[in-house]
Design a protein around this ligand. Sequence first.
Ligand SMILES: NC(=O)c1ccc[n+]([C@@H]2O[C@H](COP(=O)([O-])OP(=O)(O)OC[C@H]3O[C@@H](n4cnc5c(N)ncnc54)[C@H](OP(=O)(O)O)[C@@H]3O)[C@@H](O)[C@H]2O)c1
Length: 249
Amino acid sequence: MNTKQNVVLITGGSSGIGLAFAKKFSSEENKVIIVSRSEQKLASVKAQFPQIITEAADITEEYSIANLAAKYKDVNILVNNAGVHHECSFRNGIEDFSLLRNEIATNFVAPVMLAEKFIPELLAKKNAAIINISSYFGISPKPSAPVYSATKAAMRSFSKSLRMQLRGTSIKVFDIVPPIVETPLTAQINPNVLKMKPEELIEIAWKSLIKDKYDVYPGLSKLFYVLSRVHPRYLENKVMKTTLNEKNP
Ligand SMILES: NC(=O)c1ccc[n+]([C@@H]2O[C@H](COP(=O)([O-])OP(=O)(O)OC[C@H]3O[C@@H](n4cnc5c(N)ncnc54)[C@H](OP(=O)(O)O)[C@@H]3O)[C@@H](O)[C@H]2O)c1
């Protein structure tokens, strides 16, 4: 993939992995638009990086997605990054189902709708890409976050089908599969858990983007992937022991 002279729209670009991606794309001669709900977070990014275009929108709202696609027709790279994470127990009962509904809407429905709305314009570009951010819990689920894990497994499957459907077109489809990364999403995790820095994740992802390596497994994600192929039961037990009753993404 050509990593310069693009117009890149990043959902959830106001913090964490999305912000690190925005900074990297911006520093490499690309025009960058970031989308997030909080005007405050966007203003803080704008103050530090005035060249980044900010757009306040909630991607769980269908009209917001349609507005973004209509307003930014020059986008040739869509980064589906925005995500939320909730722990819940089906054994103890779900107190507030709206949280889970929002989790599915943000992590899975929105990227699908964004892809649908942006693809017609992307197809008209000489070089285009959809970069989806899933999670290593999409490889082997985290029992304390079953809905989060399911949305990430769904994203991995969606990326694969989309890549096959778009073969032979100008659109390349990437799936970046982060391990635990130090962001606001993981702020409550036990500090002894090793977290990758967002900038490190992006450097690894960047090398894969340049080489058109479509599935990107940084750090521990690689081990997750290999174990899921050769010893899935061992991986499931290991994930269960290390994450149950712990606050992890
Ligand atoms: N951190 C990790 O360890 C880890 C590991 C694996 C995968 N991931 C995935 O990586 C992605 C980024 O996570 P992160 O750790 O960087 O999280 P983060 O720092 O909490 O950032 C999440 C971003 O998404 C935005 N967002 C959330 N809901 C939104 C909505 N409805 N509409 C628009 N924007 C929305 C947030 O901004 P607003 O709140 O202003 O909307 C924020 O910019 C997520 O998909 C996450 O699942 C993270």
